[in-house]
Design a protein around this ligand. Structure first.
Ligand code: PMP
Length: 419
């Protein structure tokens, strides 16, 4: 980049965000699975707003719904007032998502972001149980606000808080101990040990697949074991589906495959479908204990987001087509990754489900170099994992088979050229 370009990036963002440095382009337009810079150069986007764009950029159906709503002067901001847009979303969500899955959870809007949803979930679990501790897992990521950070198992992210936070000993996530220690033995020992500091936790918060943590996939039986442990020890089970929900892993909720029913679920990222900030918390009806005003916020009622969210549910979740298509496209990715992995020794690995995949490249810096090279070759992908050792793929669910093949080809080349 030239000096002038560099100064543009400095004007744009401070050091706290890295995307503008890793991806030195000034983006201007985006459609479907592609983003374009101001000179019209195109990139395939397999990052998709870290999972916030499951239906692609400027999805045409959602855009139409939004434009129609704005054109008729629909309410854009309504705190938590009742609006037709909110009612339509709640009815559609109940009819297409909750009822067919046998869920009787109530829906609350905690504020615009994933971290807002996590904060509300933690706060609610503490109020309901009258207990303090919340158990989280190694390499978990739940957000950047203090409560969410307190259950985030990444030392670098936690260091951003400057001071030690509570809940600083996360439990091992599935397979962390390589099967050498029987599942949950350690956890249960600590629960029973009055000196451990766990003190009958209020809740356990878990991602079914750790997105930021390196695409670590929990086995369905592990999740069932966890749900069982929660029941036996009277802890609420919170599934953080902020990144893996809304169809990313195939079914609408990522926990469906395991057949578990969490007490509390957090959703955000792709729930609006259009990249508009929106989050929600699902809670079992008996957990609805807040008095009016005990949890409020200015942006709980993002009505344009309700409009696109409703259109997304109607378009993609009226039947099982989206789930089937996602699983089929995932098989395509899996086949391509298995070929790439074969070249890089026994420590290289791939894992994922649906349209979330991680490619672990064990040589230090290889995954980051591969992402930089992919950018030069026209593909947006990011790393994840505690050592940034995993290339994470999150293409929009609407990515066509041809686009998938194109992106996977670029990825293979980028990995090979940076080995
Ligand atoms: N939970 C999970 C599982 C996430 O992946 C993220 C975001 N990467 C968050 C919470 C926080 O969401 P937000 O960035 O919208 O606050």
């Amino acid at each position: 980049t030239t000096a002038t370009e560099t100064s543009v990036f400095e004007v744009l963002e401070s050091e706290v965000r890295s995307y503008c440095r890793g991806w030195p382009a000034v983006f201007d337009r985006a459609q479907g699975s592609r983003m374009y810079d101001e000179d019209g150069r195109a990139w395939l986007d397999f990052f998709a707003g870290a999972g916030a764009l499951n239906y692609g950029h400027n999805n045409k159906v959602l855009k139409r719904a939004l434009l129609d709503y704005l054109e008729r002067d629909g309410v854009t901001h309504g705190l938590d007032m009742s609006t037709t847009a909110k009612r339509a979303f709640l009815e559609t969500f109940r009819d297409l998502i909750l009822e067919p899955r046998g869920l009787d959870h109530k829906v609350m809007f905690p504020g615009p972001t994933g971290a807002n949803a996590v904060e509300a979930a933690l706060k609610l679990a503490r109020k309901v149980t009258g207990r303090e501790t919340v158990v989280s897992f190694t390499n978990a990521f739940h957000g950047m606000s203090l409560g969410a950070l307190a259950v985030t198992g990444n030392a670098f992210k936690r260091a951003g808080a400057g001071i030690p936070l509570v809940h600083s000993v996360p439990m091992p996530f599935d397979n962390y101990l390589d099967g050498r220690v029987p599942d949950f033995l350690w956890f249960e020992r600590l629960l029973g040990d009055r000196g451990s500091g766990l003190n009958r936790p209020a809740a356990v918060i878990v991602e079914t697949i750790q997105g930021e943590g390196g695409v670590n996939v929990a086995r369905p039986e592990w999740l069932r074991g966890l749900a069982d442990l929660c029941r036996r020890w009277d802890m609420l089970l919170i599934v953080d589906d902020v990144q893996m929900g809304c169809g990313r892993t195939g079914p609408f909720f990522s926990f469906e495959e395991a057949g578990i029913i969490p007490d509390i679920v957090t959703l955000s990222k792709s729930i609006s479908g259009y990249g508009l900030p929106m989050a929600l918390v699902l809670l079992r009806p008996e957990l609805d204990v807040w008095e009016p005003g005990e949890h409020n916020g200015t942006f709980r009622g993002n009505n344009p987001a309700f409009v696109t969210a409703t259109a997304a549910l109607d378009t993609y979740w009226a039947d099982s087509g989206t789930e089937k298509q996602t699983l089929a496209r995932g098989e395509r990715i899996e086949a391509a990754l298995s070929e790439i992995v074969a070249e890089y020794g026994p420590l290289a690995a791939y894992r994922g489900r649906g349209l979330v995949w991680g490619l672990r490249l064990p040589d230090t810096g290889h995954a980051s170099r591969a992402c930089v090279r992919a950018f030069e070759l026209g593909l947006l992908v990011e790393t994840s994992g505690p050592e940034s050792e995993v290339v994470k793929l999150l293409p929009p669910l609407t990515t066509t088979p041809d686009e998938l093949d194109e992106g996977l080809l670029v990825l293979g080349r980028a990995v090979a050229e940076t080995a």
